[in-house]
Write a protein that binds this ligand. Structure first.
Ligand code: PRP
Ligand code: URA
Length: 208
């Protein structure tokens, strides 16, 4: 199972509150944004830098800035939207694409309904965001769509993953690194992650 669990204490602390059934939509959204920001900090630590010269009030010096094409963050609608602002707060130049995929509740199969990506997606580093990686069907479908548009350099950032979902993504897209705050025990008979946090979209948008 190829997955990187980001076990930073701040992330783990916030994850406990986001799991809590008594956490309301406002606090849930705030925590999700904060966790996404902390995770983005971790997963961007290998971005390439280049040297520039900067004039300070005192002298000039060599200093480093991000090199080359910038990042694109691509939320899987709907719940992925809850992670976008956390990423763009620390990477304001990131472009944002959108992939619409929902899971048919009867057979848990992904249904694709929307795709709008930056035109230069092939040259960008892509971070696909979705709080939940359950069966893996939605993530595989989203990554398929992004690859069809020419993108090659893709990472998947989710809050909570089921082992089944990690294996399915590893199998279909072995080049895609998965980052998560937790690999949970598994799935229940309805395809929900156990212990998980329930339906992420409903908790973010207050639709249940
Ligand atoms: C949730 C979640 C993932 C998907 C994960 O979305 O945000 O996209 O389920 O399940 P999977 O790994 O089994 O495919 P959902 O289908 O509930 O849509 P929503 O975000 O529009 O509520
Ligand atoms: N989608 C969710 O929102 N939660 C789960 O536990 C599984 C799929």
């Amino acid at each position: 199972m190829q997955v990187r669990v980001i076990d930073h204490p701040l992330i783990q602390h916030k994850l406990s509150f986001i799991r809590d059934v008594n956490t309301g939509a406002k606090e849930f959204r705030e925590l999700l944004e904060e966790i996404a920001m902390l995770m983005a900090y971790e997963i961007t630590r290998n971005l390439t830098l280049e040297e520039i010269e900067v004039r300070t009030p005192v002298t000039t010096c060599k200093s480093k800035v991000l090199a080359g094409k910038k990042l694109a963050v691509v939320p899987i609608l709907r719940a992925g939207l809850g992670m976008v602002s956390g990423v763009t707060k620390i990477i304001p130049a990131a472009r944002v694409g959108h992939i619409g995929v929902y899971r048919n509740p009867e057979n848990l199969q992904p249904v694709e309904y929307y795709c709008k990506l930056p035109s230069d997606i092939a040259e960008r580093e892509i971070v696909v965001v979705d709080p939940m990686l359950a069966t893996g069907g939605s993530a595989v479908a989203a990554i398929d769509m992004i690859k069809r548009s020419g993108a090659k350099n893709i990472k998947l950032m989710c809050l909570v993953a089921a082992p089944q979902g990690v294996l399915v993504v590893n199998d279909h897209h072995p080049d895609v690194e998965i980052y998560t705050a937790s690999v949970d025990e598994g799935l229940n008979e309805h395809g929900y992650i156990v212990p998980g946090l329930g339906d992420a979209g409903d908790r973010i948008f207050g639709t249940k």
